[in-house]
Ligand binder design. Structure first.
Ligand SMILES: *Cc1c(COP(=O)(O)O)cnc(C)c1O
Length: 423
């Protein structure tokens, strides 16, 4: 569900819930990310309600949007959290969500991150390799603790998505080959500092179909049955995240359809299902507000130079991603095809190409589907402060991250000491 246009429209301009986007832009300036609490909660509940009949645990993938307010809103609903770094663990704790609800994924966990996660008492480590398992066991032994582990299986399933976000093929860096899993569970089960609790996979992101999930699920169930024969009983099965959203004309299944299909396949099994959705919870719950600075023609092309850039939203440059761009106050007139570009010194700095729009300098635009993999991937390239983030809650809004100030960007830098005076 797109958050804009669902609330009252103040004087004809677009709104999120009950707050006009023009008001937010006037108060805080642009570029600015605006999220809808209601839209986030609605998506989370779609998963939760579709799984009501089976034991389940929905762990929001923090990397999709790690703002503390989003972690907090989901934590209040009872969500768990899938993290991929020690930094994300600190965010979850800063948002006062319990560490026991955290699962720790990622191929490159460092010693200090593992030790901190053990100390905090995370619910599960999703282990991705033999050396990682051995290292976790050693760290747990040294700390006098038992580490809860799940092994991330690489099910060798083609998720049929963009190659950069396909993660479940044997050629990808993720997970443990299915053929090695049995031996590794035996090793984990025998280690006094490890507690085997589950099995997991994550096959990619922006998936448009249910079938690859079911194929992965079937592989995991076969492995689980084999392990049960070895005397290793698993408490949970984690199918990861990855459900897609509609950016343009995609029609991925809604969370309830995916969850329902999985629940059906699991009927009669005593197992807790875990999912790690990120994009499908927050992706369409946010927009990036930006203002048109200049209109210009170069040769045959028309450019709208806006105040947001690839450093704010890198998805178009990185994945050739398409984001809908909608004027907050549409104008009458004949649409012209505009290249929507930012001020950054790269020709790859575009938000959209050949978009038919009626524009004037100063117009406010909403870049849609900017709730996931947007702010979190932003950078300070060209010494551009990162944008403010706002969460709308009914007819109020809250600044959940202040716009950065330029002085903060080089606060940790220094110039060299003075050169010695030569005689
Ligand atoms: C990125 C990631 C997710 C979330 O993926 P989405 O496409 O945002 O749902 C879940 N689990 C793991 C292990 C991930 O790396």
């Amino acid at each position: 569900m797109d958050p804009t246009g669902t609330g009252p429209r103040a004087c004809g301009g677009a709104a999120i819930e009950g707050v006009a986007l023009e008001r937010i832009a006037a108060d805080l300036g642009t570029p600015c990310f605006v999220y809808s609490r209601a839209a986030i909660e609605r998506k989370w509940r779609e998963y939760d309600e579709a799984l009501a009949d089976i034991p389940h645990w929905i762990c929001y993938a923090v990397k999709a949007n790690s703002n503390l307010a989003i972690i907090d809103v989901l934590g209040r609903l009872g969500a768990g959290f899938d993290i991929v770094s020690g930094g994300e663990l600190e965010r979850v704790r800063a948002a006062r969500a319990p560490a026991a609800r955290v699962v720790f994924s990622g191929v490159g966990k460092r010693d200090d991150e593992m030790a901190a996660a053990l100390e905090a008492g995370v619910g599960c480590f999703n282990v991705e390799s033999v050396p990682e398992l051995d290292r976790l066991a050693a760290i747990a032994a040294a700390a006098g603790k038992r580490a809860p582990v799940s092994l991330r299986v690489n099910p060798d399933i083609d998720a049929r998505t963009h190659p950069y976000i396909t993660t479940g093929l044997s050629e990808n860096k993720f997970g443990i080959p299915a053929a090695d899993v049995r031996g590794l569970y035996a090793r984990a089960a025998a280690h006094p500092s490890l507690e085997v609790c589950g099995i997991d996979c994550h096959i990619g992101s922006q998936l448009a179909e249910i079938e690859p999930y079911l194929a992965a699920l079937d592989r995991l169930l076969v492995l689980m049955d084999t392990l049960a024969g070895d005397g290793i009983r698993l408490a949970h099965l984690n199918l990861g995240g990855g459900l897609g959203i509609r950016y343009r004309n995609e029609s991925p299944p809604p969370p309830a359809a995916l969850a329902g299909a999985i629940a059906e396949r699991l009927a009669g099994r005593e197992i807790m299902l875990m999912l790690e959705p990120g994009r499908s919870i927050v992706g369409n719950a946010g927009v990036l507000l930006t203002r048109v600075e200049y209109l210009k023609h170069n040769g045959s092309k028309r450019f709208a130079v806006v105040d947001a850039a690839m450093n704010d939203l890198i998805r178009p440059a990185l994945y050739d991603a398409w984001h809908d761009i909608v004027p907050v106050r549409p104008r009458d007139g004949v649409p012209e095809p505009y290249e929507i570009v930012g001020p950054v010194c790269e020709s790859g700095d575009f938000l959209a190409r050949a978009r038919p729009l009626v524009l004037e300098p100063g117009d406010l635009l909403a870049v849609h589907s900017a709730g996931a993999y947007a702010f979190v991937m932003s950078s300070n390239y060209n010494t551009r402060p990162r944008a403010a983030e706002v969460m709308v809650d009914g007819d109020r809004y809250h600044v959940v991250r202040k716009r950065e100030r330029v002085c903060e960007l080089f606060a940790g830098e220094s110039v060299l000491p003075a050169d010695p005076v030569s005689g």
